[in-house]
Write a protein that binds this ligand. Sequence first.
Ligand code: DMJ
Length: 456
Amino acid sequence: VSLQMMKYAWDNYKRYAWGLNELKPISKQGHSSNLFGNIQGATIVDALDTLYIMEMKEEFEEAKEWVEKNLDFNVNAEISVFEVNIRFVGGLLSAYYLSGEEIFRKKAVELGEKLLPAFNTPTGIPWALLNIKSGIGRNWPWASGGSSILAEFGTLHLEFVHLSHLSGNPVFAEKVMNIRKVLSRLDKPEGLYPNYLNPSSGQWGQHHVSIGGLGDSFYEYLLKAWLMSDKTDEEGKKMYYDAVQAIETHLIRKSSGGLTYIAEWKGGLLEHKMGHLTCFAGGMFALGADGAPSDKTGHHIELGAEIARTCHESYDRTSMKLGPEAFRFDGGVEAIATRQNEKYYILRPEVIETYMYMWRLTHDPKYRQWAWEAVEALEKHCRVDGGYSGIRDVYSNHESHDDVQQSFFLSETLKYLYLLFSEDDLLPFEHWVFNTEAHPFPILRKEDGSKEEKEK
Ligand code: DMJ
C-alpha cells in the first residue's frame, strides 16, 4: 500500500510541480518554502532513496536525470543550514550509497562545501541561516539572544562525517567534532542541554529544554553517531546516555491515566505538553536500549513502548485518527490538543517512525496494527485529487486541507511505512543508520579504516 501511496504522491508532484520544491495538492501547483532559498527540487532529492528502496526504477531514473541536469547550488539564496543538510545532503548521500551513482556523491560534496562558511563564528557553532553565494550567515531573528538552535547545529554530525569519508577531506568531520567539543565542555543545568546557544559568546541562551522542536534530533544524533561509528564514538555514547538519564529525571512524567509523556522544561518549570515531533523519541529509546548499561536495556525498550502508546493515544483521541501537532496533559485532558493552533497534522512521520522501530525491535503485532490505522486515516483524510495534504484540525468532522505535500512525507512517512510492512533484512539496523530525514547511511566499519591504513 505504501508503494501505491508513494506512486500517487510522486505522480502528482511530477504532474503539477516538477522541479519545484514541494507540491500544493489542492491548487495543483508548486510550493516554495523559504527554508531552501532558491535551491529547487526538494521533493526529488528527498524522495530518491524511497524510490530506490521501493524499486520504482523508472521514477528513480527520471529523478537522477533531473539531479544531473538541473540541481544547481550556484544560486544567490539564503537557506536553512539544518534543512538543507538533512534533506539535500542527506538525500544525496543515501542515494549514492544505495545506487553507487557518482553524480550523487559529487553533488553531496559540492553542497557540503557550500555550507562550510556557516561555521565562521567565534566558537565554530554554525549560523542557522546562510547565504550560499556570499557566505554570510546569521541566526533566526526570533531565537533567544541571537542564539543558534540545538536541534539545528546538533543535527549535522552524521552527514558531515560521511562527507569527509567520501571526499577524503577531513574539514567536514572537524567542524562537527568541534561542535561536540564546545557542547561537552559547557556546564549543563541539571545535566540538560538548553535549546539555545550563542555562537559568539559560547553561552547558553534561555534555559528551555525540549525533546521536540528545537532540541529533538540533537539527542538522536548523539546515539546514531555512536552507532554509525561501529560503536567506537565513546564520547557520543556517553553524552547520549547521560542526557537520557537527565531527561528521565526532569522531563518524563506519567499522567494520572497512566500515560508516559515527555514534557518541556523552562528554567526548572514543566510545561505538560508533548509535540508530535517528540514522538520520535520512542523509537530512539528503543534503538538505544542495546547500548544502555545491561540492567537498563529492558527499561529503555519499555520507555520506547510507553511513548509509542502515548503517541498512539494522541492519534486515537481525535476524530480523524491522525495526531495533532502538540497535545497536553493539563487542565483535565490527556494526550489531547487544547489550543486551536496545535490541532493540525502536516503529514509528519514521527509516530510511524516510532512504530517502525518498535516493530523491528519487539515484533509486537500491535505496531503494525497502529500503523495500519494511520494508513487508513491518511487515505481517508489526506489524500486529495492532486496528492496528499496536511489537515488543519484533526478533531473536526470535515477536512480543512493546508494544501502542502511536505517533502518529508515521501522521504520519511512513506519510507517508514514501507519498512514496517517489509522484512527486517531490508536496510537492517546492523548495517544502516537513518538520518533525521529517514535517509539511510551505512555504518562505517572499524576495519575499513585499518584496511585503508594497511593499503597506504
Ligand atoms: C523532518 O524534516 C525531520 O524529521 C526533522 O527532524 C523534523 N521535522 C520534519 C518532520 O516532521
